[in-house]
Write a protein that binds this ligand. Structure first.
Ligand code: KIV
Length: 291
């Protein structure tokens, strides 16, 4: 069992801020775990940042299972959380249970679903069978068509009520945490004060119990970043520079250098071996011609 469990995440509320980041493959997850990230999350954002889709609606269970397997192999300490993709849990509770189990069997410690109140029965069943769940309210990208795009949430009384209702329903159903995405900071603060489970914000200000960012956004690899992202590195430019240098060194013969390859020290020995190898090959090819 990994060191960070859902129970530990709950215990961190009010004591220590929770750091969560997405990762979609083995090397990234290895680095995130070494960096001491608490929750390493295979988000369905992979549809956009890894597969180049314009939204997350085409992400399949197969993709989520595949990437969860790679991440789970790398992580020793952090909690491995896998996203339930669009339409993997909306049709029926049974289907949601089956699909969540597939992510757990692929190595996740918990699953995340978008939504709250509407999915309270599913959350309850998942928790009862032993699958820890994180909810997600505010901007829920799987519903961006209904919401009218990727926009700031919580400006109206109705939206404040809906966000609060979602968070409370998730808490009551047994979820161990809730993501608040692109919610006005005052609303995020209200929710954080009103529920006992940790709130993990993304674009929702500082008055939450933790933060989550998308790997490619925070490291500067993806171009279309949301306005709330802080770029902690510009790896996209660094990778491009490295590739340009590599390309140029291949073209002008500067790479490989002697330290990157091996050759015979005794050239006479090589000449003898070469001669014998060619002679053998010629004999063999005569034999092949009889085939
Ligand atoms: O899929 C994802 O990366 C997410 C985060 C934005 C929370 O759901």
């Amino acid at each position: 069992m990994r060191e960070i469990t859902p129970r530990k995440i709950i215990e961190m509320k009010g004591r220590e801020k929770i750091a969560m980041v997405t990762a979609y493959d083995y090397p990234s997850a290895l680095i995130a775990d070494k960096a001491g990230i608490d929750i390493i999350f295979i988000g369905d954002s992979l549809g956009m940042v890894v597969y180049g889709e314009p939204n997350t609606l085409n992400v399949s269970m197969e993709q989520m299972i595949y990437h969860t397997r790679a991440v789970a192999k790398a992580v020793k300490r952090g909690l491995v959380l896998a996203d339930m993709p669009f339409m993997s849990y909306e049709v029926s509770i049974e289907e949601g249970l089956r699909n969540a189990a597939k992510l757990i069997q692929a190595g996740a410690d918990a699953v995340k679903i978008e939504g709250g109140y509407d999915h309270r029965k599913l959350v309850k069943r998942l928790v009862r069978v032993g699958i820890p769940v994180m909810g997600h309210t505010g901007l829920t990208p799987q519903r961006y068509l209904r919401l009218g795009g990727y926009r700031l949430m919580g400006e109206t009384e109705e939206e404040i009520e809906e966000i609060l209702r979602d968070a409370k329903a998730l808490e009551k159903a047994g979820a161990f945490a809730v993501v608040l995405e692109f919610v006005l900071a005052d609303v995020a603060k209200l929710v954080t004060e009103e529920v006992k489970i940790p709130t993990i914000g993304i674009g929702s200000g500082p008055y939450v119990d933790g933060q989550v960012l998308v790997w490619h956004d925070l490291l500067g690899i993806y171009e279309n970043v949301p306005p709330f992202v802080k770029k902690y590195a510009d790896l996209g430019s660094m990778i491009q520079l490295a590739l340009e240098e590599y390309r140029s060194e291949v073209k002008n013969g500067k790479f490989p250098e002697p330290k990157h390859y091996w050759e015979f020290l005794d050239k006479d020995d090589f000449e003898k071996k070469k001669k014998r190898a060619i002679e053998k090959l010629m004999r063999d090819s005569l034999e092949f011609s009889d085939d």
